[in-house]
Design a binder for this molecule. Sequence first.
Ligand SMILES: *Cc1c(COP(=O)(O)O)cnc(C)c1O
Length: 259
Amino acid sequence: MRKHNFGAGPGILPEIALKKTQEALIDFNGIGMGVMEISHRSKDFEMVLQKAKSLVKELLGVPDTHEVLFLQGGASTQFAMVAMNYLKTKAAYLDQGAWSNKAIKEAKLFGEVNVLASSKDKNYSYQPKGYSIPSDCDYLHICSNETIHGTQVKSFPSSPIPVICDMSSDIFSRPVDVKSFDMIYAGAQKNMGPSGVTLVIVKKDTVGKVERTMPTMLNYKTHLENDSLYNTPPVIAILVCMHVLDWLKSLGGINEMQK
Ligand SMILES: *Cc1c(COP(=O)(O)O)cnc(C)c1O
């Protein structure tokens, strides 16, 4: 029997997803080559990318205003990328724990950070509350589940400014109203696959609005315009995610997962 892993980090994956991936390593779709050995621009891989993307859209109910990207560098790279792409002068952050702290640290490299509320006084044992969201900030950053401290945002505040959310450790575990977020990100390894790929769901018309020169790879516009194929994507990681999401769908989707 396979063992379970209750650690709040990389989780176990459905056996069927592992088996299907194992097959694809040697002979993918019966083409006589493994998935790691073919072009990421081949028809066979393109189908994987598109299916993974459409499963994300279907399961989470992603509206047409938003696009799904598969990036690299983990959620930790998103801490910087979010600020680089969205912070013009000042951004609002909640100090919810370890991951929010890392996000705040990166944001400070690009502008002013207004920490609206904190739960540091009680070692982050609760979610910060009783704050108001100033309308003069470029966005509000929230971590939906502070993995290390074990506190989750149960309902998201209604906000006069765009909301950006780190959902690394609770994505696909409960329904979310995607349209109320300008940007959602999640490292795959906790809830949807292996490490090596980061899911980004971005509202398309919010991209490219900041005036800042930035490296091509760190610009969401690059990945939006190239459908996550500007450079070689992490093919295995995306393939595993596709199989995991397929499995999740076969169980009945997010409502079943939440139960
Ligand atoms: C694990 C985790 C991260 C870091 O993810 P990496 O992909 O390892 O960079 C960021 N935010 C939250 C909420 C996490 O649980």
